[in-house]
Design a protein. Structure first.
Ligand code: FES
Length: 105
């Protein structure tokens, strides 16, 4: 099997910014899902929609698997900045989307 390299043609990014929120569930309850990740995901998507940045060229928000920081969270990773954050409340989720929307404007 040939492993792809970065030498080939690049796929142009469809979004300027990509937000991943861990929505992993663990049987011991020590996880982002148990701390409200799905509600925060919905909150972030709703805010992005309200701001009109949930379109191509704007902001993409997806749930992800575990980031390995299960003792904290819900955990969020933002690209292309590479920022790792903990977002605990709807207000924090909205503030993050507000900041990212302003950065890509
Ligand atoms: S469950 Fe979210 S980082 Fe592990």
């Amino acid at each position: 099997m040939e492993i792809p390299t970065n030498d080939g043609p690049r796929v142009k990014g469809r979004f300027q910014c990509h937000v991943f929120i861990c929505a992993n569930e663990r049987s011991d309850g020590e996880c982002c899902a148990a701390r409200g990740a799905f509600e925060l995901l919905r909150c972030m998507k709703k805010r992005a929609r309200a701001l009109g940045v949930d379109t191509e060229g704007g902001l993409m928000i997806n749930k992800s698997g575990c980031f390995g920081l299960c003792q904290s969270g819900p955990n969020v990773v933002v690209y292309p900045s590479g920022d790792w954050l903990t977002v605990s409340t709807a207000e924090e989720a909205e503030a993050l989307i507000d900041r990212l929307a302003a950065e890509i404007a």
